[in-house]
Design a protein around this ligand. Structure first.
Ligand SMILES: *Cc1c(COP(=O)(O)O)cnc(C)c1O
Length: 229
């Protein structure tokens, strides 16, 4: 038998510091949603978080999520699952069927496929546009300068209405400038949701307006480095 009590304890610690950050930074109580990032973690390590009452989770791979979430959802039907990793167009069908929120809309070809699958399945996952705030060549996401045009294209060409923006700042830079940029882009576009901040920097993200923080290792512990991506 493995003891997973630590997950419930760490979940509560993170949740308390989110509520404290809401108070400290003048955010409305309950305005920040904790997305517990359970990638690489087996179902038996996720279950204690569900038993403790947590319902919002993030996964970065469609196939891995398909292996563990349908079973957990049978037990906890009211959970909310977010896709926070890159989405290939050939996995859109599975992603639309499984996820409630897709945070990584980052190109027109993906928007086109999402439109098709959403119509086919009659499911409407919420969409966030991933923004490459650091303009890193190897990283997914819309260039910050292209965000207004991409949002207009989503609306006019595909009939999609993304609800917000998400970013993963460059690892080697202080994240706050990236959070501030994302917040400004969302405000200019009139979008209510902002997914930013991870284990190391979610408090700074809350200060700058995050509505969703994506926290993995601070809740579930370190991931196996081989499968950490
Ligand atoms: C893994 C991951 C996280 C969580 O990272 P931690 O540092 O473990 O909190 C957040 N966002 C994305 C997109 C991730 O892939």
């Amino acid at each position: 038998m493995t003891n997973h009590d630590d997950v419930a304890v760490q979940l509560r610690t993170v949740d308390e510091s989110i509520r404290r950050a809401e108070r400290d930074f003048g955010r409305k109580a309950g305005s920040v949603t904790l997305v517990a990032v359970s990638k690489t973690m087996p179902a038996e390590r996720i279950r204690p978080a569900l038993v403790a009452g947590h319902r919002v989770f993030g996964e970065n791979r469609v196939q891995e999520a398909q292996g563990k979430w349908p079973g957990l959802r049978a037990e906890f039907p009211d959970l909310e699952l977010h896709l926070i990793g890159p989405l290939q167009t050939n996995k859109v069908k599975e992603a639309v069927a499984l996820f409630d929120v897709i945070q990584t809309l980052d190109r027109p070809s993906l928007a086109r496929e999402l439109r098709k699958e959403m119509d086919r399945q009659g499911r409407q996952p919420r969409l966030l546009v991933q923004v490459n705030t650091g303009a890193e060549p190897q990283k997914a996401g819309i260039d910050p300068r292209e965000v207004p045009a991409f949002l207009a294209q989503c609306r006019d060409e595909f009939g999609l209405a993304p609800a917000g923006l998400m970013c993963i700042p460059p690892v080697e830079e202080p994240p706050s400038a990236h959070f501030a940029l994302l917040a400004r882009l969302a405000m200019e576009a009139g979008l209510p949701l902002l997914s930013m901040g991870m284990s190391a920097d979610y408090e700074a993200a809350i200060q700058l307006g995050a509505t969703h923080v994506r926290v993995g290792s601070a809740i579930f512990g370190a991931r196996n480095p081989v499968s950490a991506q």
